[in-house]
Design a protein around this ligand. Sequence first.
Ligand code: CP
Ligand code: NVA
Length: 309
Amino acid sequence: MSALRHFISLADWSPEEIEGLIMEAARIKAEWKAGVRPPILTGKTLGMIFEKPSLRTRVSFEMAMRHLGGDAIYLSPQEVGLGKRESVADVARVLSRYVDAIMARVFAHSVLEEMARYATVPVINGLSDDEHPCQALGDMLTVYEKKGHLRGLKLAFVGDGNNVATALLYICAMLGVDFAIATPPGYMLKEPVIERGKAFAARSGSRLLFTQDPIEAVRDADVIYTDVWASMGQEAEAEIRRRIFPPYQVNAALVGQAKPDVIVMHCLPAHRGEEITDEVADGPHSVIFDQAENRLHAQKALLVHLLSG
Ligand code: CP
Ligand code: NVA
C-alpha cells in the first residue's frame, strides 16, 4: 500500500512532483477540450469543508470530481463547526469513514495539520491563512500555457505578503522562476517563509527579490500578480490597509514598467479600484479568467494523483 499523501503545503512536495502535476494538468485539460473524458474517479467522493466563503475553490473542486466520474459534498461553516461543535480530530476521523479525500478551507493552517494527523484519507489545503497551494498550481499551469515554459521567467507579486504570495514564492523558487515581491513596510512575507523560499531557490537557481518598491519588483517581469489588500479574516484591518496600500495598486502605469508582453494575474476575488484597476483587469495583458479556469484542470491532476495513485 502506498503511503498516505496530503497536499497542505507545496513545501511538502518535491519540485519534480509539482512540475509533474502541472504537466499532467496540461494533458488533462487538452484531453478534456478534445472531448475525452475518462471516468477515472468513479465511486470516489471528496468532502469539502469551508470555514470561509468561496466561489472558485468550491465550484472547481466540485466540478473536477464530477467531470472525473466522482462526487463531492459541500459542508458549510455552520454545519460542521470545526473545532467548536466537534474537535478537528473527530471531524477528520469521521469524514475519513465516509469520503475518499478531504478538502478544507480554514483560518489557522495548524487546523489542516491536525486534520492530517487524524485523517486516514488525503487532506487538501483549499486555502489557509498561511498558504493557498491549489491556487499556485493553477497559476503555474496558466503561466506555462501563456509563455510556453517556466524556467527563467520572472513573476512579480505586488501587494500584501499573504497566503497567495507565500504559495507563489514556493512554487516559483521550486520551478526555477525568478520571484520578486513588493509590499509596504510591515506587510512582507514572514521570515521563515522567506528562508524556505531561499532554500528552494538555492536548488533551482531562481533569483529572489524582496522589496518595498513596486517599480523595482516589476522591472523585466513576465508576470505581474496581485491579490486583495485585506484577506478573509482581516476585515477589521481593511480600512487602515486601504490607506497604506494605494502605491501598490496594479494600474496601467505600473504594468508599463514591465516587459511589453507581461501577463497580469489575480487569484480573484478582486477589489477592483483597489489592488487592480478595471483598465488592467479587463485589458490586453490580463489572464485572470483563464487563471480561474485553470483551477479546475490543475485540481483534476491533483485529485487523480491523490485518489488513483
Ligand atoms: N481564488 C480563490 O480561491 O477563489 P475563492 O475564494 O472564490 O475560492
Ligand atoms: N488572500 C486572499 C485570497 C482569496 C482567494 C484571502 O485569503 O482572502
